[in-house]
Design a protein around this ligand. Structure first.
Ligand code: SAM
Ligand code: SF4
Length: 328
């Protein structure tokens, strides 16, 4: 039987989020400041072989699920071949990808053939002007086409991640809820987290996930609670009567997010990050490049699991790095 990775707070850690690049073709207002972020050089980024070496060891010691993220993961050259190698690793129950969707029409088919099963696509508004304001790119049509390509290829589920932005996309909330009536899409509303010291003063404020209930209740219908499965993560799940998809609420800011934490993060720069919200990372790249044994890599992963705080979301010093660096 596979061993369990359990942290010092009794939580089983079986999920590794892997950021494969800091680069992104969007400039989302809540993620990357307009003046840009300090990018790392090619040499500093983990090579695919190095990522696979970490994942292999992580799978031996208790990780079962991997999500590929970034920056925008689909901009990194060779990502489809990398995913094909990843999905063949023994002991991996699930591989998913989070993307802004802009390259999906071209890549969805190859990703499916590579063995990817699940996709999350970030979309905060289906109104063109609002989408452009949030992402800095007039590419809404391409993202919508990317969502349809993912559905056509049979990814199951296709999830839409919506970051809640006060005064910007409140009125999109009912429309996103209606999407779940029309298409087999799961929509997850996520509270904006306070990232990025360099964020401009006009960065939109978050609004509470609870407001989602009143907006949908008033305009679309009652949200009925549904049970979550092992792959649903920290979302509380609901459904509209007769809907094809579900609606998830992820409330890291106002809710109970940390108690169910099951994850560790590997950044593109080769550090393990025990907590999304609390600062602090553990280097694994130096060990990889110095020819570390599996036992040594395993011990670094164990130390990152031990470093997981009880409650990063309520911690004193919230992370001040952009999400494009950490991987969301
Ligand atoms: N580029 C890909 C994308 O946008 O889906 C993957 C990386 S992105 C950092 C991963 C997720 O983090 C996205 O769903 C994005 O909306 C979310 N995110 C980024 N900054 C955030 C913030 N400040 N608060 C909440 N979610 C955020
Ligand atoms: Fe890029 Fe994703 Fe961050 Fe938007 S949320 S800037 S698409 S990494």
């Amino acid at each position: 039987m596979k061993p369990l990775l359990v942290d010092t707070h009794g939580r089983t850690i079986d999920y590794l989020r892997v950021s494969i690049t800091d680069l992104c073709n969007f400039r989302c207002v809540y993620c990357r400041p307009p003046e840009g972020v300090q990018l790392v050089t090619h040499k500093e980024i983990l090579r695919y072989e190095e990522i696979l070496a970490v994942v292999e060891v992580a799978l031996e010691i208790g990780i079962r699920k991997v999500r590929i993220t970034g920056g925008e993961p689909l901009v990194r050259r060779g990502v489809v071949d990398f995913i094909a190698r990843l999905t063949r690793l023994p002991g991996l129950d699930d591989v998913a990808l989070t993307t802004n969707g802009v390259l999906l029409t071209e890549m969805a088919h190859d990703l499916k053939v590579a063995g990817l099963k699940r996709i999350n696509i970030s979309l905060d508004s289906a109104r063109r002007d609002v989408f452009t304001r949030i992402t800095g790119q007039d590419k809404l049509d391409r993202v919508l086409a990317g969502i349809d390509a993912a559905l056509t290829e049979g990814f199951d589920p296709v999830k839409i991640n919506v970051v809640l932005l006060q005064g910007i996309n409140e009125e999109d909330v009912p429309d996103f809820a209606r999407m779940t009536l029309e298409k087999p899409l799961d929509v997850r509303f996520i509270e904006r987290m306070p990232f990025g010291e360099a964020a401009p003063a006009d960065t939109p404020l978050p609004f509470s996930a609870h407001k989602v209930f009143s907006l949908i209740g008033r305009e679309v219908g009652k949200l009925i609670p549904v049970d979550s499965g092992p792959l649903d993560g920290p979302a509380s799940l609901f459904q509209l009567r007769g809907a094809r998809g579900r609606i998830g609420i992820v409330d890291p800011v106002t809710g109970h997010f940390c108690g169910a934490c099951n994850r560790l993060r590997l950044t593109a720069r080769g550090t393990l990050r025990p907590c999304l919200l609390a600062p602090g990372e553990i280097d694994i790249k130096a060990a990889l490049r110095n020819g570390a044994t599996r036992e040594e890599l395993s011990s670094i992963i164990h130390s990152a699991v031990r470093a997981k705080p009880d409650h990063g979301a309520k911690g004193a010093g919230l992370a001040r790095e952009p999400m494009s660096r950490i991987g969301g």
